[in-house]
Write a protein of this length. Structure first.
Length: 247
């Protein structure tokens, strides 16, 4: 499985991978890339079924999505990297911390769905809707969850959602419908920064705070006056946190 990715920063610098939200491509990291690239070799990638990556028929699993990232490291000939992921990308980060820990230095997981399988029918229904009507059918509702009303610069993200392949989006919904990452949290040994947003209705903070408490030594940050896609709406808060944790 070949993932589409964009590299920025010095070729000999430590590597940081950026994993995006469901429905978004690597372009959603625009507020972070230039800042991180001053210190790191930044690799922003598209999950399978998203952006410029291949779109195999679904359903996918979290093992597929996590395994794709490990294969990407092999393609890049990178032995170890750090990982930053939001939403779906955050779930992938938790999977990597549990299943491929030897390949990573440290993790940042932002608004991660740790047990979306608790409500599998919601994901199955959304997958069916997107296959039938396209991602345009869920764009407005998604943007309403991702940003607070006062944040206006949403058009680039709207285009990402509308351009996301329907099969890729739906198949990743099906991956989430079978994902429960809670049982392995206590076995994570890498340094982890967990970030949540106080007004996130997609992955409410009350589901994220327990993730931080169950990961040994994890650090928790709760961003105020922010919704789900906090990396895009609040880079002035998020970027310093990333730099401090990634070192």
């Amino acid at each position: 499985m070949r993932l589409n990715y964009v590299e920025t920063g010095p070729a000999d610098a430590p590597v940081v991978l950026l994993g995006s939200s469901l429905g978004a491509d690597q372009g959603m990291w625009a507020p972070q890339v230039d800042v991180l690239a001053k210190r790191f070799r930044v690799v922003a990638f598209d999950h399978r079924g998203h952006g410029g990556s291949e779109v195999p028929d679904g359903p996918y699993t979290i093992d597929d999505l996590g395994g794709d990232v490990v294969e990407l490291l092999d393609t890049l000939e990178v032995e170890q990297a750090s990982y930053v992921g939001i939403s779906l990308g955050g779930a992938v980060g938790l999977w990597l911390a549990q299943n491929a820990a030897e390949r990573f230095h440290r993790f940042v997981v932002i608004c991660p769905p740790s047990n979306p399988a608790a409500d599998p029918q919601m994901w199955i229904d959304r997958a069916a809707q997107v296959r039938a009507e396209g991602t345009q059918a869920i764009t407005d509702a998604t943007l309403g969850r991702w940003f607070l009303p006062e944040f206006k610069d949403i058009e680039p993200v709207r285009r990402m959602l509308q351009d996301c392949p329907a099969e890729g989006y739906a198949a990743c919904c099906e991956a989430l419908s079978t994902t429960n990452l809670l049982p392995g949290l206590s076995d994570i040994t890498a340094p982890v920064l967990v970030v949540t947003a106080d007004s996130d209705t997609s992955i409410p903070p009350e589901t994220v705070v327990p993730v931080a408490t169950q990961i040994p030594g994890a650090h928790l940050e709760i961003i105020e006056n922010a919704a789900h896609l906090v990396t895009y709406s609040h880079p002035d808060v998020i970027n310093p946190l990333l730099l401090a944790h990634l070192g």
